[in-house]
Write a protein that binds this ligand. Structure first.
Ligand SMILES: NC(=O)c1ccc[n+]([C@@H]2O[C@H](COP(=O)([O-])OP(=O)(O)OC[C@H]3O[C@@H](n4cnc5c(N)ncnc54)[C@H](O)[C@@H]3O)[C@@H](O)[C@H]2O)c1
Length: 320
């Protein structure tokens, strides 16, 4: 199958590229390296890399040539970034997605699998979170991701194209670096490896649904292969652990004792999160398989390698 991965130089995208190549698919990557790394693609010389922007009509048309499936991951990612740069967020996530959809329609693409986010739900009201949970995003990012979903699903209704939007919960795994917009697992892991204290905000009993990137890749592949399926689906592990338990597990898999501190609860932080993933299982057979201890052990090993010669940021940027 001939595929395009937008955002393929990023954390989740580069894991997807690896898997697609292993399965014998042809892969083109379109990425402007805004938050991705050329070094993420260095192990994959067989992937065609186009350094370009999804808002550039010519670049998208070139990348899409004869593609059957588009995995659309390119985005301005995260709540904090969207609050800092709301116009950039909307420009990339809303207008950029429209560019991809228009080009995909013209190129006769069969399916688009787009990366959405649990951020579209806003404040969480019931657990586990099903797809029909109230949708009230409370950041520009949540709103732009919702708009992206609606654009994809409208194209699936209007044209001969299927669209699956995957609403990721807290994804973690290999190639996830620690930057200003980092998630809790990379922040904790890289701080532990540097011997720095880690801070839990609140009592640590808040829970999250952490889903390993290998399972997210599996969801993308299964969604792409399923014929006749369009819609928006939760993509989580279907399990949750507390932040206190996360720290215990990180201590276990690393053999290190973190310097743990507690800070005041942050306003707006959700208490509990857990995805109901029944719909994705029923529609295209998504069944997560990576146990959280196993996933954290693997991630810790990768992060150790990554932090050896230089700090993770310096090393990542080295490859640019
Ligand atoms: N990591 C998570 O926990 C999580 C959770 C929910 C949703 N998502 C979604 O998953 C997708 C991948 O996220 P990630 O965590 O791998 O982040 P990432 O920042 O590593 O990947 C995003 C990629 O998109 C590229 N990109 C950004 N703007 C672009 C543009 N205008 N043109 C071309 N490329 C562009 C970046 O350079 C980067 O490589 C995103 O759509 C994100 O919204 C991620």
């Amino acid at each position: 199958m001939k595929t395009l991965v937008t955002g393929g130089a990023g954390f989740i995208g580069s894991n997807l590229v690896r898997h697609l190549l292993e399965e014998g698919h042809e892969v083109t990557v379109l990425d402007n390296l805004m938050s991705g790394y050329r070094s993420n693609l260095r192990p994959f010389p067989d992937a065609r890399f186009i350094e370009g922007d999804i808002r550039d009509e010519c670049a998208v048309a070139e990348a899409l040539h004869q593609c059957e499936v588009v995995f659309h991951l390119a985005a301005s990612v995260g709540n904090k970034r969207s609050i800092d740069h709301p116009l950039v967020d909307a420009d990339i996530n809303v207008m950029g997605t429209l560019r991809v959809l228009e080009a995909a329609r013209k190129a006769g693409v069969r399916k688009i699998v787009a990366s959405s986010s649990a951020g579209i739900f806003g404040e969480l009201k019931t657990l586990p979170i099903r797809e029909d949970h109230p949708i009230e995003p409370d950041t520009p990012y949540g709103s732009s991701k919702l708009c992206m979903e609606k654009e994809c699903l409208a194209y699936a209704k209007l044209y001969d194209m299927e669209a699956v939007c995957l609403r990721y919960f807290n994804v973690y795994g290999m190639n996830q670096r620690f930057d200003a917009y980092g998630n809790v697992i990379p922040i904790f892991v890289f701080k532990m490896l540097r011997g720095e204290p880690i801070t839990i905000f609140g009592d640590g009993e808040q829970t999250r649904d952490f889903v390993n990137v290998r399972d997210v890749v599996q969801a993308n592949l299964k969604a792409a292969m399923a014929h006749g399926i369009s819609g928006a689906f939760n993509t989580g592990s279907g399990t949750r652990i507390s932040i206190n338990r996360l720290v215990e597990l990180l201590a276990e898999v690393s053999g290190m004792q973190p310097d743990l501190r507690y800070g005041p609860q942050r306003p707006g932080d959700v208490r509990d999160s857990l995805a109901d993933i029944t719909a994705a299982r029923d529609a295209f057979g998504f069944v997560p398989s990576v146990d959280v201890s196993e996933g954290l052990r693997e991630y810790m090993a990768w992060a150790r390698q990554e932090s050896l010669p230089a700090t993770e940021l310096e090393r990542g940027k080295e490859g640019l």
